[in-house]
Design a binder for this molecule. Structure first.
Ligand code: PPY
Length: 349
């Protein structure tokens, strides 16, 4: 792991091995130039601690860019808790409480909330020892609950901007949108798209979610291997990262990629591959800021739910429009345009 840390451009890595749960806790803080670091806590099984640390580092950088683009006074950080396969449910609450104590010890260097593999109920447990640095606890515990629905509002706004750029109208009526992953972001996104009259298709690996969306809601289901080939107007990745690579980009049969997943591009060069194929790519951190923006706005600035929804939709629309304009004017990928904006903001701070 030494080489990973040496080569990383971020500020700090906090490492804790939790013996009781045989879990690794990595808190990666990419930058605190714009404010204290804040980012979700991801919990899952990784092939090795090294892969988990690498994930934390990439995600922390994504958070820094995410806040920099809309000028939010927060720094980029993320926590990854790498747990053994089939973690005993009985040791989980203890692990969360020990993690909370660690966050508290950091004394405001890192604020956190839910991410893949954790939920608001987990934040309630982490906050028992980690308050006041824990966001998005359940409403019952005085928090604002899941951030997924707010992220979905931003992704919807991004899909509209992309469609306006491609088709000259942001009317989603009959537009074919393929949502990859109908979890906490993809699920609410599907509802918004249906309300906008879009033709929604979905892919999903969780059997229970497949049943809910295919059998109960009657949506068109695309088995995961076909997700990349299926013709659609917009492909919306809302599950795992790294899904846009040389192999999948060659197969894509869409006009735009706009989704909520973090770190969708496997490498920076993949942004150019998408551009060469004539596919409009909305940089993930530009369109998936909604969850963080809403939670931080409601819990640190007293925004109402309605205010948060408005701020997310307006902010994502304006930022993405700006990114697309720069990209088209300069003949560069939207990813290159967005990362330049973020890097300039970080350098000027
Ligand atoms: C993300 O946008 O990926 C997050 O981690 C969101 C977030 C940030 C800060 C608190 C809660 C959730």
């Amino acid at each position: 792991m030494e080489d990973l840390i040496r080569e990383w451009k971020g500020e700090t890595v906090v490492v804790r091995y939790d013996r009781e749960a045989d879990a690794w806790i990595f808190i990666a803080i990419y930058s605190t130039r714009l404010g204290p670091a804040a980012g979700g806590t991801r919990m899952r099984t990784y092939p090795s601690p090294r892969v988990a640390l690498h994930d934390a580092m990439l995600l922390a950088k994504g958070m820094a860019y995410k806040y920099a683009v809309p000028n939010m006074p927060w720094g980029g950080g993320k926590c990854v808790i790498a747990v053994p396969e089939g973690l005993d449910e009985k040791v989980r609450p203890g692990l969360l409480r020990r993690y909370g104590a660690l966050v508290k010890q950091l004394g405001g260097m890192f604020y956190t909330g839910p991410d893949m593999g954790t939920c608001s109920e987990d934040m309630d447990i982490i906050a028992e020892t980690g308050a006041p640095y824990i966001f998005a606890c359940t409403p019952k515990a005085g928090g604002s609950g899941s951030s997924g629905p707010y992220t979905a509002i931003g992704v919807l706004a991004g899909i509209k901007v992309a469609c306006r750029n491609i088709y000259g109208t942001d009317d989603l009526n009959s537009r074919k949108v393929l949502v990859q992953g109908v979890g906490s972001v993809g699920g609410p996104l599907v509802d918004h798209l249906l309300n906008s009259g879009a033709h929604v298709l979905f892919s999903e690996v969780d059997e229970a979610l497949v049943r809910r969306y295919r059998d109960e809601k009657g949506l068109e289901y695309v088995p995961e291997p076909a997700a990349y080939d299926t013709p659609c107007d917009v492909f919306s990745p809302c599950a795992i990262g790294g899904i846009l690579n040389k192999a999948t980009i060659a197969r894509l049969n869409c006009k735009a990629v706009v989704g909520g997943a973090n770190n969708q591009l496997e490498t920076q060069e993949d942004a150019d591959l998408l551009r060469t194929r004539g596919i409009l790519y909305a940089p993930d951190y530009v369109v998936n800021v909604g969850g963080a923006m809403a939670i931080l706005g409601m819990e640190t600035k007293g925004w109402s739910k309605e205010r948060a929804e408005k701020e997310v939709a307006t902010s994502v629309s304006e930022a993405l429009e700006h990114v697309f304009q720069i990209a088209s004017k300069e003949g560069i990928s939207p990813e290159a345009a967005a990362s330049r904006i973020a890097e300039q903001r970080l350098a000027q701070a």
